[in-house]
Design a binder for this molecule. Structure first.
Ligand code: SF4
Length: 381
């Protein structure tokens, strides 16, 4: 089985979308972002792909993008020319920033296919493939992996520190050049910002295990859909069981549709009412405080403020009283919310978490009704 960064991350995000894209090979929509990303990558390859440190001039780079431009994915001529202008700006800026420090890279668009030492339970080999945009020498003689990004938005540093693509490329570089990369960089060429990180040796083992785990799940046919933040941009919504309501709206009888819409409307009003009640309560409390009283009248109604004291007990002293009576256990109740939160943090070690997990019993199942508006005009991408 051959896996790449893109197939692994697709699987992690939603196993069903992996199946649609990589096994069923359903067609995907073209998008301006993809086309824009492709031409920027091509131009950067053109810039660095020279035998001696004599890079092409900016004029040559700009005419290169015009000659190699693809209209694919753009919705109109005006959108296409806006992107062309944008590409020119981004590349001109890239050139200005990088020309003085130009040096020949160690590798450029380096394609790799690395068989993992471990095989899948079926005996099948597992191969990691990919293309590394650029590998550079660092001033200390080490290697720096660079992956160009053409989006505007910057991730957080902790996202970069855990970025799967960099982890996979770090593993690949170590296998290819037998040297641990010194630096891993995502270069956001639009804002011209480099975000760098490193990986520890144990991180590389974790990465290998992650690849094997994804491969094993694919082999076992685990393709459950996972609704996620990217569903609105998913090319396969029409085939997805979680979104079939969106494409089969006329199937429900008219009476059922009325019930659905009324339920959603009432829920909306409920929220507004709850918020208004809170505001009115604050105003009434204010009035009672200012007038030092505990009731307030209108022509038709009276509101009375009643004291509702709440008490607590000294746990140790209460235990001393209740325990001899054999009643202590009866008043203790496990708070599963507190327990769940404790299990999420590091106060409890892995082994104990496993022991607690093993004695967890299903008590009951309740069903919540989740509502959401059907987006008639999904965001175009
Ligand atoms: S719409 Fe969402 S849940 Fe369905 S296949 Fe696509 S990503 Fe997965």
């Amino acid at each position: 089985m051959i896996l790449s960064y893109s197939s692994i991350s697709t699987y992690q995000n939603c196993p069903l979308s992996y199946k649609f894209a990589y096994l069923d090979r359903l067609p995907r929509k073209k998008s301006p972002y993809l086309s824009f990303g492709k031409i920027i990558h091509k131009a950067l390859y053109y810039f660095y792909n020279v035998p001696t440190p004599n890079p092409p001039s900016i004029e040559k780079i700009l005419s290169y993008i015009h000659e190699n431009w693809s209209p694919e994915g753009y919705l109109s001529k005006s959108e296409e020319s806006a992107y062309k202008e944008y590409a020119e700006q981004v590349l001109t800026n890239f050139y200005r920033v990088n020309i003085d420090t130009f040096s020949l890279p160690v590798a450029l668009e380096h394609r790799f296919k690395i068989p993992l030492n471990e095989r899948l339970p079926s005996g099948e080999p597992c191969i990691l493939s990919g293309i590394i945009d650029k590998v550079e020498k660092t001033p200390s003689g080490g290697l720096e992996i660079i992956d160009y990004k053409t989006g505007r938005k910057l991730p957080s540093q902790s996202h970069v520190d855990n970025d799967l693509q960099l982890s996979l490329y770090c593993f690949a570089v170590k296998e290819i050049w037998q040297i641990e990369p010194e630096k891993l960089t995502l270069y956001f060429v639009v804002p011209d910002i480099k975000m760098s990180t490193t990986r520890k040796a144990e991180g590389i083992i974790e990465t290998k295990n992650l690849i094997l785990n994804v491969a094993k799940n694919i082999k076992e046919g685990n393709f459950e859909p996972i609704e996620n933040a990217l569903c609105n941009w998913c090319d396969f919504q029409i085939h997805c069981p979680l979104f079939k309501y969106k494409f089969k709206k006329s199937v429900e009888p008219a009476e059922t549709k009325k019930i659905i819409d009324e339920y959603v409307e009432v829920k909306k009003r409920e929220k507004i009412t709850r918020e208004r009640i809170k505001e009115l309560q604050t105003l009434i409390h204010q009035h009672l405080d200012e007038n030092n009283c505990d009731r307030i009248y209108s022509e038709k109604n009276v509101v009375v403020r009643l004291e509702r004291p709440s008490f607590d007990y000294d746990t140790d002293r209460l235990k001393k009283i209740m325990e001899p009576l054999g009643l202590w256990e009866k008043i203790l109740k496990i708070d599963t919310n507190i327990l769940d939160n404790l299990l999420k943090d590091d106060l409890i070690d892995k082994k104990t978490k496993g022991l607690i997990g093993a004695i967890k019993k299903l008590k009951s199942v309740s069903y919540a009704l989740h509502t959401k508006e059907i987006d008639e005009h999904p965001v175009k991408h």
